[in-house]
Ligand binder design. Structure first.
Ligand code: TA6
Length: 279
């Protein structure tokens, strides 16, 4: 179904996809999860995002890859272990609020079926604004429409496509990080940030720009509204244990996540926006 000159809805693997094909780029967004699956700028025809070849599209399990929307918490829920990791909107079917053509590309606004569910104390309105242009701009906006201040966490949990994790370097981080693979020990960020083991790190840094230096290419990532950057690669053993990861697929992916992990406060009537731009 055609929505605008560049945007149409198709169904694949029982999943409703919003396909964008404009003068700047091609992109695909699953309405299940409000989940961006693909971004290919036309100036270089290089896919920026990675989706697992074993991703499950059953309308229940979070899709492995692309840009999962983690909201209104990141990781396990702080108090209720019965609640799903990374919140409840990445397993909802989102609604298209608006699709319009602009000078900078195709602008899509999505909203989840409900942003007020178990695990969040407060009343919110959540929107995901996506501009598919020469760059991919993603804004996750949380508005407090309740009567009391609230706090929340979130992440744009972006999976980037790389050629070989052993040849890849991440630039733009410094200071220290909390290492989940070492019982959250505080460690120093390496000057040359390379990868040779399972990596699951929360950097309490707010860099505006990061770069993934791959063998032949560089992917730049701009962030705002964040208090953390999360860096994740499951490495071999964890990949083998994951039903939706091929055993060696860790070699060609790297998660660099623009995140809020330190309980962002949103006062009544105010809006907080987390933004990631992929170049
Ligand atoms: O962002 C890193 C992380 O929190 C890891 O600890 C790992 O759990 C990853 O997210 C993937 O989580 P998921 O629930 O999508 O399998």
């Amino acid at each position: 179904m055609l929505l605008t000159e560049s945007a149409k809805i198709v169904t694949r693997n029982n999943t409703q996809l919003l396909q964008i094909d404009n003068s700047f780029a091609n992109a695909e967004i699953s309405l299940f999860g409000g989940h961006i699956l693909s971004f290919i700028p036309k100036h270089d025809n290089r896919e920026r995002l990675w989706v697992s070849e074993k991703a499950i599209f059953d309308g229940q399990k979070p899709i492995r890859g692309g840009i999962p929307v983690c909201w209104p918490w990141f990781g396990p829920h702080a108090t209720n272990t019965n609640l799903a990791a990374h919140g409840y909107v990445r397993t909802q079917t989102w609604k298209i609020i608006e699709t319009k053509e602009t000078d900078s590309g195709t602008h899509i606004t999505l909203a989840p079926n409900s942003s007020n569910d178990d695990g969040l104390s407060g009343t919110t309105q959540l929107t995901l604004s996506i501009i598919v242009g020469r760059q991919l701009k993603i804004q996750l906006s949380t508005t407090n429409i309740g009567a009391e201040s609230l706090t929340y966490n979130c992440a744009l949990h972006s999976y980037f496509a790389i050629s070989d994790i052993h040849q890849c370097e991440l630039r733009g981080l410094s200071g220290q990080y909390s290492d989940k693979t070492r019982d959250f020990q505080i460690c120093d960020t390496p000057h040359h940030y390379k990868f040779n083991e399972e990596t699951d790190r929360v950097h309490l840094q707010q860099p505006k720009q990061l770069s993934i230096i791959d063998e032949q290419t560089t992917t730049n990532i701009l962030s705002s509204g964040h208090d953390s950057i999360v860096v994740w690669n499951p490495w071999k053993q964890k990949s083998i244990s994951m039903i939706d990861m091929a055993d060696n697929s860790y070699l060609t992916m790297l998660c660099v996540e623009t995140a809020v992990t330190q309980n962002q406060e949103v006062k009544v009537g105010e809006t907080h926006t987390l933004e990631q731009v992929i170049i």
